[in-house]
Design a protein around this ligand. Structure first.
Ligand SMILES: [Zn+2]
Length: 83
């Protein structure tokens, strides 16, 4: 008598459940950039990402210089095509 043999098992299960809580840093980053308009570096995909201000289309580029080129090409030829 004295120690409860099932206590250790319950403690382990509680620890496993805790691991499934979303990473607070990841949540912070996605909230921080939720309303941000402009190029954002995606650390997970390792590329730049932005939403077109006109048609809300997603644009991706490996670096910021290419992103500017893609954005200009996109606005000239895809959104504002003909203008
Ligand atoms: Zn667009």
């Amino acid at each position: 008598m004295g120690s409860n043999p099932t206590f250790g098992t319950k403690q382990k299960m509680a620890e496993m459940i805790n691991l499934e809580i979303p990473d607070p840093f990841e949540t912070f980053v996605s909230n921080k950039y939720k309303n941000y308009i402009g190029a954002v570096y995606d650390f997970f995909a390792r590329e730049w990402h932005m939403k077109c201000g006109c048609c809300k289309e997603d644009l991706y580029a490996p670096n910021k210089k290419t992103m500017t080129k893609i954005r200009l090409y996109h606005t000239r030829n895809e959104c504002m095509g003909g203008y």
